[in-house]
Design a protein around this ligand. Sequence first.
Ligand SMILES: [Zn+2]
Length: 88
Amino acid sequence: MKKDTIRAYCPSCRHHQTFVRVKTNHWAHLALSVLTCGLWLVSWGAVCLGVLLRPWRCEHCGWHKPEFRVHPPTAEKGAEQPQHEDAA
Ligand SMILES: [Zn+2]
């Protein structure tokens, strides 16, 4: 199976992790559908739906929503505090 990988922030792990997207081998599914007289179409449809709805998976925990942000939420929260309150 072919895989695509990206690095993104995982809210479940709270770290940057590798996310994996598995490419579907449609020729194998077509061959299995012919061999099983169309019975395999149910599995093929389920695989296509899964890839369509949740294409990326965290390699560590399996989370399906990678976030493309530079800093984790705790770092952004600290940066949002105004500077003048520290001096007062
Ligand atoms: Zn994760």
